[in-house]
Design a protein around this ligand. Structure first.
Ligand SMILES: C[S@@+](CC[C@H](N)C(=O)[O-])C[C@H]1O[C@@H](n2cnc3c(N)ncnc32)[C@H](O)[C@@H]1O
Length: 292
């Protein structure tokens, strides 16, 4: 079959569901992955013929896309901070906006000469932990998640990216943690309200793990409360807490952090101009903690 005929089938079958532009992206991902050819190949070789076996990959992928399986799960990988990550249905697909959170940490700490102890709460695929371990050579990173399946993916990704991270299976809600153990705590915790589900695309709400995404409507800040408690105890003086947040709750998360005696609170927007990240620092701990 001609490769261009497959492309036509993709557009005919999938454009109504996803739109022409997104379907073109899917098709080119498949060209790169299954044929190991550059995406512009078809433009140069319009009569390119593919084998029956190659054809079957495209048709299997097409039927999964139709059922709402994200293209990253079909191919089994994605990239984050220019690094390759294996993903499956046990982990959230790393989002481009989360790269801004990592960039913020790199900006603040890339010149640091001392060892940086880092805790990543809710590591999922390990994307934040692994990018920090890769780009901050002094970092000693602990990647924590409640899901053992997610941790297995994070561990595999660390090996693939040739970095050492420590994987810790723990629930942030019951975490026992030592004092002054970390220079950096980072988290992109679940923050999507149950009621926001109806506005989400099917392939996000049905395919990605609910454990990674949702919080009850009446407890939007559930995880931030636990994380702030952990940070207050476990961050060293001057240490930084970096969080990704739901765009609706910038002010509320700021208040919550202040209530936990975190200071120098700074809110940042994502590339759509929405409140998306927040940084805070720990106050003069030993002087104040006794009074809290
Ligand atoms: C939004 S995902 C973030 C994944 C990854 N850090 C990223 O940025 O792509 C949230 C992660 O928190 C984990 N999680 C959910 N509840 C948790 C809990 N109680 N304790 C620790 N981790 C939890 C989920 O398994 C999931 O991997």
């Amino acid at each position: 079959m001609l490769l261009k005929e497959i492309k036509d089938v993709f557009h005919k079958e999938l454009d109504p569901q996803f739109g022409r532009e997104e379907v073109a992206h899917f098709f080119y991902y498949f060209v790169e992955h299954y044929l190991d050819l550059p995406r512009f190949h078809l433009a140069i070789h319009p009569q390119w013929i593919i084998t029956k076996e190659e054809e079957s990959h495209f048709f299997k992928g097409l039927s999964k896309l139709k059922k709402g399986v994200p293209v990253q799960y079909i191919l089994g990988y994605t990239t984050f901070m220019d690094l390759p990550f294996t993903v499956n249905e046990n982990v959230l697909i790393p989002r481009p906006e989360t790269e801004d959170l990592v960039q913020w940490i790199l900006e603040d700490h890339k010149r640091s000469k001392t060892t940086l102890n880092v805790l990543d709460i809710g590591t999922g695929s390990g994307c934040i932990s692994i990018a920090l371990a890769k780009y901050l050579p002094n970092a000693h990173v602990t990647a924590l998640d409640v899901s053992k399946e997610a941790l297995a993916v994070a561990k595999y990704n660390a090996e693939q990216n040739k970095v050492n991270i420590e994987c810790l299976k723990a629930d942030v809600r019951t975490l026992e943690i030592g004092e002054d153990a970390y220079d950096i705590i980072v988290s992109n915790p679940p923050y999507v309200l149950e009621k926001e589900k109806s506005k989400m695309q099917d392939h996000v709400k049905n395919a990605e793990p609910a454990l990674a995404l949702f919080v009850p409507d009446l407890q939007p800040l559930l995880y931030y409360e636990y994380i702030a408690k952990v940070a207050k105890k476990a961050l060293k003086r001057g240490g930084g807490l970096y969080l990704e947040i739901n765009e609706q709750f910038g002010k509320e998360v700021s208040k919550l952090l202040t209530a936990h005696n975190l200071i120098n609170i700074e809110l940042r927007q994502d590339f759509h101009g929405k409140d998306r990240f927040i940084k805070s620092e720990v106050n003069l701990k030993s002087d104040l903690q006794g009074n809290l």
